[in-house]
Design a protein around this ligand. Structure first.
Ligand code: ATP
Length: 370
């Protein structure tokens, strides 16, 4: 496939807004999804993910804005005129047709030897060759989901939309299907746009994650980038857990800014958005915080904070999770990997904590629109 034709199949949303009566479900959304990428729309219930997907599928018409695939404006095209297919959480298989016929149906009832070959290839891709003559009711939930996927992929849409497709599966099956879906996407090389409220699911599968909140995209990027450098408190809290400590920028030193947190000055990586005197939050992930005995010599360079008290200890196998109350009254979360080389700290014990300055992030209060 040449680069020009790859570009001609990418998905673009420009200033897309959807209002239901006076309620704005999706607000001026801009999105560019390159062809062949795995894109996740992540956000809490009601943030507008499904509405966005339904507008791309043609099941909902935008109040304003345009949707394009390559140069073709599909904003008002009928669903069947779009090079787009959708897999829903409810698989919507035909109960009276067997697996083979369900998948062949995706080819819009064309009958030929060619159809049989394509169906067999697709069933091989989703590893269901041996189930071809079973009816949907004879399959497990995970197998039914694969049939739905095969049926949606068989006419090679430019964009495959997946609306919480794993939502009905139990956790273990869900995790294995996530890996499976990613493998299939890589093999077929088509664009997948996946809607989920499960941050782990989005991060496991997607090349790019867009975090949605109240109809707008708060931040978009590679999973690791979003996790390491959240821009808003919403993103910091929605993707994993964060300790957020109120602070004020009091100076700059090379690549770091100095932030006064309740009278303790720490260093945080500099970011263009930060100005002297600016108020916001210092964010640090629980697994990046070290807990140490009072006065213990910590040789790593870092922000050292004294005067903590352990208020909770939870042993969870791979890690131990502590709550440490700091002198200003806030309880910080600390996740320590269990290597077996250290003793556990106990409830009520006095401790110091520290973290490397480069692991922290600074959230400017003005960046939080919500
Ligand atoms: P969930 O994960 O719960 O499916 P979501 O992020 O997909 O949530 P949407 O289904 O897109 O959210 O809904 C966004 C908002 O728009 C919600 O507040 C919802 O109540 C509202 N909404 C959706 N469809 C309609 C409709 N047809 N009429 C009126 N309001 C609607």
């Amino acid at each position: 496939m040449s680069q020009a034709s790859e570009g001609s199949r990418s998905l673009h949303l420009s200033q897309v807004t959807k209002e239901f009566a006076a309620f704005r479900a999706v607000d001026s959304l801009d999105l560019d999804v390159p062809h062949g990428s795995f894109f996740a729309l992540l956000g809490p219930s009601g943030c507008g993910k499904t509405t966005t997907l339904r507008m791309v599928a043609g099941l909902e018409t935008p109040t304003s804005g345009t949707i394009r695939i390559g140069d073709t404006d599909i904003t008002y095209a009928k669903p069947y005129q779009r090079p787009v297919n959708t897999v829903f959480q409810s698989y919507a298989l035909f109960p009276h047709l067997d697996v083979h016929e369900n998948v062949a149906f995706g080819l819009r009832r064309r009958k030929s030897k060619e159809v049989d070959r394509q169906v067999s290839e697709m069933l091989a891709l989703v590893e269901l060759e041996s189930q071809a003559r079973k009816k949907p009711a004879q399959l497990s939930g995970g197998q039914q989901q694969r049939v739905a996927l095969a049926r949606a992929l068989i006419n090679r849409p430019d964009v495959l939309l997946l609306d919480e497709p794993l939502g009905a599966l139990d956790l273990k099956l869900r995790r294995s299907m996530q890996i499976e879906l990613k493998r299939i996407q890589t093999e077929v090389g088509l664009t997948f746009v996946h809607v989920t409220h499960d941050q782990e699911e989005a991060m496991t599968m997607a090349d790019t994650v867009a975090v949605m909140n109240a109809g707008v995209i708060e931040q978009m990027g590679a999973p690791a980038e979003l996790y390491e450098n959240p821009r808003t408190t919403f993103v910091a809290n929605f993707l994993g857990q964060s300790n957020l400590i109120a602070g004020k920028v009091v100076g700059r030193e090379g690549d770091f800014v100095k932030v006064d947190m309740h009278g303790i000055v720490v260093s945080v990586p500099f970011d263009r958005a930060h100005t002297d005197g600016g108020e916001g939050w210092v964010g640090i992930r629980p697994e990046k915080v070290l807990v140490a005995e009072v006065g213990e010599d910590i040789d790593a360079p870092g922000n050292h904070l004294e005067g903590g008290v352990v208020t909770d200890v939870s042993f969870v196998g791979v890690s131990t999770q502590y709550l440490v109350r700091m002198p200003w009254g806030q309880e910080l979360q600390v996740f320590e990997q269990n290597t077996g080389r250290r003793r556990l700290f106990t409830h009520g014990e006095k401790v110091d904590i520290s973290w490397r300055p480069e692991y922290a992030f600074l959230l400017d209060a003005s960046q939080d629109a919500h």
